[in-house]
Ligand binder design. Structure first.
Ligand SMILES: *Cc1c(COP(=O)(O)O)cnc(C)c1O
Length: 219
C-alpha cells in the first residue's frame, strides 16, 4: 500500500517505518515520499544506516528492538526515542550512560501484557511496583508505553491488549510528574493490526512489511 494512503488510515497516530534488515536505499526512497520517522531493531545495523544516511538530517531514528545492557553505551543520545526499555536494570544502565555523556534520553517502557516467555518487557504488575524507582532515575524522560501483543489471526483478538496498555498508561499518569515524564505516547500496532491499535489510542504505529514488503532474512 502507498505511504500516503497508510498515513491517512493511521491518523491521528504517527507512522514509524520499521526498516530493520532493509537496505539504506529503501529508507532513502521512503524519505523522498515524505516519511521522517524510522525504527530499527539491531544496534550495529542501525548505527551503520544512520551513518550512511547522515545527509538526511531530518530523519528521526527510533530503536525498537531488545537492547542488551552492554550495548546501552552505543545508543544513548543517538536515537530520538528508545521504545524497548524492558527492565529496571536496563533503565538504570541507560541513565548512568546519560550521566557520563551529559545527555538525556527519551524512552518508552515495553510491556509484555500476555506474559509470553518469548517476549521481553515488564508485566503490568512489575511496572506498577517499580514505577516509583523508574521515574526517579535521572536523565530519562518516559514518553509512554510500548507493547507487542501475541501474534493472532485477527484484530479482534489483539484489541484487549491495546486497550489494556492505554488503561495502564492512564493509571500510571495519575501518579506521575508529567512535566518530566510526559507519558503521552502509546507505541502499538504493526502491519497487520494497526487500524485496531489506532482505534484503541495508539499514537505511534510501527509498520514494516506493509511499507517495505517482506524483509530479507536476518543473516
Ligand atoms: C519488526 C517489528 C515491527 C514491524 O512489523 P511488521 O509486521 O513488519 O509491520 C514492529 N514492531 C517491532 C518491535 C518489530 O520488531
Amino acid at each position: 500500500m502507498a505511504l500516503k494512503e497508510i498515513t491517512e488510515k493511521a491518523k491521528p497516530a504517527k507512522i514509524l517505518a520499521v526498516s530493520k534488515l532493509q537496505p539504506a536505499e529503501k529508507v532513502r526512497a521512503l524519505h523522498v515520499e515524505g516519511q521522517r520517522l524510522f525504527g530499527e531493531n539491531y544496534v550495529q545495523e542501525a548505527l551503520e544506516k544512520q551513518s550512511v544516511l547522515s545527509d538526511l538530517s531530518d530523519i528521526q531514528w527510533h530503536l525498537i528492538g531488545h537492547l542488551q545492557k552492554n550495548k546501552a553505551k552505543l545508543v544513548v543520545g543517538k536515537f530520538h526515542l528508545i521504545h524497548s526499555v524492558d527492565s529496571l536494570e536496563l533503565a538504570q544502565v541507560i541513565s548512568r550512560q546519560c550521566e557520563q555523556k551529559g545527555v538525556s534520553q527519551n524512552i518508552l517502557i515495553q510491556v509484555n501484557l500476555a506474559g509470553e516467555a518469548s517476549k521481553e518487557g515488564f508485566s503490568a504488575e512489575t511496572l506498577e511496583n517499580q514505577w516509583a524507582e523508574l521515574t526517579k532515575l535521572p536523565h530519562l524522560h518516559i514518553y509512554g508505553l510500548m507493547t507487542m501483543p501475541p501474534l493472532t489471526e485477527t484484530g479482534a483478538e489483539v484489541r484487549p491488549y491495546f486497550a489494556e496498555l492505554r488503561q495502564l498508561r492512564d493509571r500510571l499518569k495519575t501518579t506521575t510528574d508529567t512535566t518530566v515524564h510526559p507519558l503521552n505516547e502509546l507505541s502499538m500496532g504493526t502491519s497487520h493490526d494497526y487500524p485496531v491499535a489506532v482505534e484503541e489510542g495508539a499514537t505511534i504505529v510501527r509498520l514494516g512489511t506493509i511499507l517495505f514488503g517482506e524483509r530479507p532474512a536476518k543473516g
